[in-house]
Structure formats: C-alpha cells, structure tokens
Design a protein around this ligand. Structure first.
Ligand code: ADP
Length: 400
C-alpha cells in the first residue's frame, strides 16, 4: 500500500515537473518572440506547443502580429523604393528640408543644378548653401534664380508633411522660362502682326499721295504757298519712310527665321564681335575654347544687342566693357559687364518696345531672349554687385 502511494506520488511529481518544464519552454518562446519584435526582427516565428497548451493561443497571436508587421514593413520599403526611383527619374529638381531647413533629401536633377555631390549636401543648412529663397518660396510662386549650373524662371511647388512628429518640406522646381517666353512671344507676335498690317495699310496711300501731290505742284505751282506745301509733303514722305523702316525692325521680332544650327566656336565669334565695336575697345577676358551647337548668325545678333547696350551705357559714363566666358558642366556662361550707370528701375527690360533711349526701339533685349531661348539657353540682365554698371549673363548648352 505504502509502495503504491509512493509510486503515485512519484508519478504526480514527474507530471508536475513535466508541465512546469513545458510552461517554462513556452514562456521562453514568448519572451524570445517579444524580444525579436522589439528589435524589429519580424521574421522570427514561435513554434506552437500542443493543442491544449494554455499559451498556444498567445504564441499564435504573436506570430500573427509578427506577420502583419513584416507585411507592413515590406509595403513601406517598396513604397520608399518606388518613391526614391520616382524622384530619381524626375527631371525637375526636388529638395526636401526638415524644420531647421537642413537638407534631408535631394534628387539627381537638383544635385546637378547646384553642382554638388550627394553626400556633401545631405544635412547641410539651406541658408549656408544659398538656397533659402528657394525653400521658403510660396507654392506656385515664379522665381527667377541663378543656380551654379542653370539660370531660369522657375515655378515652385511645395508640400509639407510630418514624419515622426517633425515637419518636412518638399520643394519642386519646374523651369518655365521657355513656356513663359513662348506665351509672351505669342502675345507680342499677334500684336505686332496686327499693328504692322494696320500701319502698312495707312502708310502706303500716305506715301504715294504725298508723292503725287509733289508731282502736281511741280507741274502747276509757283508762289510762296507752294514752298510751304512742298515742305509739308516732304515731311509726310520722310516720316512715312522712317515709319516703314521702324516697322520693318519690329517685324523681325514676329518673323524670326527657323534656326539653322551647326557646331561652331562661340569663343571665336565673341572675339570677332568684340573687335567689331569701333566706339571703344571691349576687353576680352575669356580664353576657353567653346563649341556650341546653334545658329551662329542669330546668336551673333543676340550678343551684338547685349554688347551694344553695354557699350552705350558705358560710353555715357566713361566706363569700359568686358566680355568673359567659362564652361560649367555641360553649359557655357557668357558675361558682358559694363561700367555704365546701371539698369533703369524697371522689371520690364525684356518686354518688347520698352526703351529709355530717345532713338531706341526696345526690341534688342526681347530679340536676344527669343534667340537664346530658342537655343535652350537663358539670358539675364542685372546690376553688378561688385561695382557700378550692369552685367548680362547668357547661359547656353555646349555642343558636341
Ligand atoms: P533699346 O536698346 O533699343 O532701348 P533694348 O531692348 O536693347 O532696346 O533695351 C531696353 C532697355 O534696357 C534700354 O533702353 C535700357 O534702358 C535698358 N538696358 C539694356 N541694357 C542695359 C545696360 N547694359 N545698362 C543699362 N541699361 C540697359
């Protein structure tokens, strides 16, 4: 009897020990699972104990949570990869800054624009990089800005979002110089066509009428009235001639011939154009050999206009003019600096017919912009920061 009791006790103790051991193993599994989750390791799965084990349900739940988290991470990684690839493929420059205006992301187009290597700019202050006006510009603003690699008029798109409670701002720039130029050009070309048509219609009869009246006077005239009349008619004739010439000038804006592009040495053209100026000696500072692909005659015209303006401004104040060029990346940057009186207080220098000169036509700068933008380049005119006078900056893509 006593033996049986002892045996029963022994078996009971063994069963309790076995149960305790299984519980311990299950708790250990739970502990390791939770530790793995805490470490972000969602690949670990707990093996399920036997069907009646009290912790089986809990381990199964943690496995399910782990699966959900793993799936969530997979989706997040895929979306981030997709976003990264999209930003890389976009040709518009994109900058992302945090709330302290430090650069946290930049795509290749933006890197190329500011001429920087990836690692050297991440974490840098936008202000120190001279990007502040860009990152604080309001949504849809149009910004004229000169980046190291390209000058242009940019439309700004911005989006703000919060990541881990902190504000991030994405700024995307889209170069609208050409689009704006096209719009302006179309409007002006329509206006010019109408003006030319109307004026020509009036000028032709005025001119011929004046001519035939003079002829009539030649045949029948003879007294003092005749002299006054003749003088008046001559004025009419002269004015109509000069008005016709004036119109022909404006007409050039509306009828810029199609580009006849071929590779040519821009540096040689600039030297030649500088030598052509006989009112003063233009300083030539550039030395690099530069080949561009373009219509040499039209680009000559564009640079002649800028040089002529610079010389006229410099002559008025007894200063000089310098032309320089340098290659930056895949572009050439030509500068024409003068020591004249600087630009008039107007933002419409490039608007056709704007002139401050008594005999000016106001088409030089518009024509220049038309030509340069037709060559996928940009032109800008501003006051110099290092002295009196203005500087014209033309940026053109290099040829092959
Ligand atoms: P125009 O020379 O016939 O006036 P433009 O379109 O070439 O026509 O120039 C428009 C105006 O821009 C000029 O009348 C002048 O007021 C201003 N401008 C252009 N270039 C310069 C310069 N280098 N310095 C000062 N003002 C300039």
């Amino acid at each position: 009897m006593a033996m049986l009791f002892a045996l029963g006790m022994g078996l009971g103790a063994a069963a309790i020990a076995c149960f305790a051991w299984r519980m311990l193993a299950a708790w250990r599994t739970l502990g390791s699972l939770l530790a793995a989750l805490r470490e972000g390791d969602y690949g670990v799965r707990g093996s399920l104990p036997s069907r009646h084990h009290p912790l089986r349900g809990m381990i199964a739940d943690i496995n399910a949570v782990s699966d959900t988290l793993r799936e969530g991470r997979r989706k997040r990684t895929e979306s981030l990869r997709f976003l990264g690839k999209t930003l890389t493929a976009l040709q518009d420059p994109i900058f992302v800054v945090d709330r302290e205006q430090r650069l946290v992301m930049i795509n290749p187009a933006a890197r190329e624009l500011i001429g920087a290597a990836h690692d050297s700019v991440i974490g840098r202050d936008a202000d120190a990089m001279g990007l502040m006006p860009v990152v604080v510009a309001s949504d849809n603003a149009i910004l004229s800005w000169e980046f190291p690699a390209r000058t242009g008029r940019w439309i700004v798109r911005r989006a703000v979002w919060y990541s881990e409670g902190y504000e991030n701002t994405m700024v995307m720039l889209h170069d609208v110089s050409a689009a704006l130029g096209d719009e302006e050009r179309n409007a002006w070309q329509r206006l010019i066509r109408v003006l030319s048509h109307e004026l020509n219609n009036s000028l032709a009869p005025i001119g011929s009428l004046a001519g035939s009246l003079s002829a009539l006077l030649d045949q029948h005239g003879g007294d003092a009235v005749e002299d006054d009349l003749r003088e008046g008619l001559e004025v009419i004739e002269r004015r109509s001639d000069s008005l016709a010439r004036f119109l022909a000038g404006y007409g050039r804006l509306a009828r810029l011939p199609p580009l006849r592009a071929q590779a040519f040495r821009l540096d040689l053209s600039l030297r030649r154009l500088a030598r052509l100026e006989d009112r003063m000696q233009i300083g030539v500072e550039g030395s690099a050999e530069v080949v561009v692909n373009g219509d040499e005659a039209q680009l000559d015209q564009a640079f002649i206009n800028l040089l002529r303006n610079a010389v006229e401004s410099a002559l008025a104040s007894g200063g000089g003019v310098r032309v320089n060029w340098m290659v930056a990346g895949a572009q050439v940057r030509v500068t024409i600096e003068d020591e004249g009186g600087g630009l008039p207080e107007r933002s419409s220098l490039f608007v056709p017919f704007f002139t401050t000169k008594p005999t000016g036509s106001g088409i030089g700068l518009s024509l220049t912009r038309l030509i340069v933008e037709a060559h996928a380049g940009s032109v800008d005119l501003r006051n110099r920061s290092d002295g009196p006078g203005a500087v014209a900056v033309v940026v053109l893509p290099l040829g092959t």
